[in-house]
Design a protein around this ligand. Structure first.
Ligand SMILES: [Zn+2]
Ligand SMILES: [Zn+2]
Length: 232
């Protein structure tokens, strides 16, 4: 398991995320369209633009930047084509559980969106809030917390007991407290993946974020709070 941790650290790294965004920008045409390089479909949201390595990354080649950070070896694919591409390799892997943690706006969702495959289960409090409130994302009424947490706990329990037929499981959260996240990792047999970003980066992303435009102060506080609580 630890062998592949180096790959996940790479995909969570700043240098990879910066390159991915630069490639997306460079391959967006003058009309503002970004197309899947396999099927030609327009990819409407950049979170759905999967940067795929044509040469499969391994723990042995990941630190060779002429491979891992070489734009010529990176394809931008839609999620469908990316799933097909990986099924082609025919991995018969055992199911894995990952806890993806980091500050608000550190890129956790983007990371999971890139790494998860169709048939994986993803647990994220924000999405659960949306599922039961029909409110826009990031508007989370306090009075629903108990019910949302109830669903969350049920899913965590499903993952713990390996109940259901999901492939891999991804749990997204802040998990600033080291003791809490390490305990959960042990309980679930999960691997921890840290989305590292400085407070300045998170705040800068907040400035550019359309969804949170009218809730900037609230999210500034979430970011501040996470960095005060964080125990590495
Ligand atoms: Zn495609
Ligand atoms: Zn890929």
């Amino acid at each position: 398991m630890a062998k592949y941790a180096v790959l996940r650290t790479f995909y969570a790294s700043q240098k990879w995320r910066t390159l991915r965004l630069a490639i997306i920008l460079a391959r967006t045409n003058k009309k503002g369209e970004l197309r899947c390089e396999k099927c030609g479909e327009i990819i409407t949201d950049t979170i759905n633009a999967i940067a795929h390595h044509k040469v499969e990354l391994t723990p042995e080649n990941v630190n060779d930047y002429s491979i891992s950070l070489n734009p010529d070896l990176i394809e931008i694919l839609c999620p469908d084509c990316h799933n097909k591409e990986h099924n082609r390799f025919g991995h018969s892997r055992e199911r894995k559980v990952y806890i993806v943690f980091g500050a608000p706006l550190s890129g956790k969702n983007t990371y999971v969106k890139q790494e998860a495959r169709r048939g994986d289960i993803v647990v994220d409090m924000d999405y659960l809030y949306q599922a039961v409130s029909m409110l826009p994302s990031f508007d989370k009424p306090d009075n629903l917390f108990t019910n949302v947490k109830g669903i969350y706990n049920l899913l965590i329990d499903n993952i713990k007991t390996r109940y259901g037929r999901w492939n891999n499981a991804w749990i997204i959260g802040g998990f600033a407290d080291r003791y809490r996240r390490e305990k959960l990792a042990v309980d679930l047999g999960a691997e921890l993946i840290f989305c590292e970003a400085s407070k300045e980066e998170c705040l800068a992303r907040l400035e550019l974020d359309e969804d949170r435009k009218y809730r900037k102060n609230e999210w500034k506080q979430y970011i501040e709070k996470w960095f005060t609580r964080f125990t590495p």
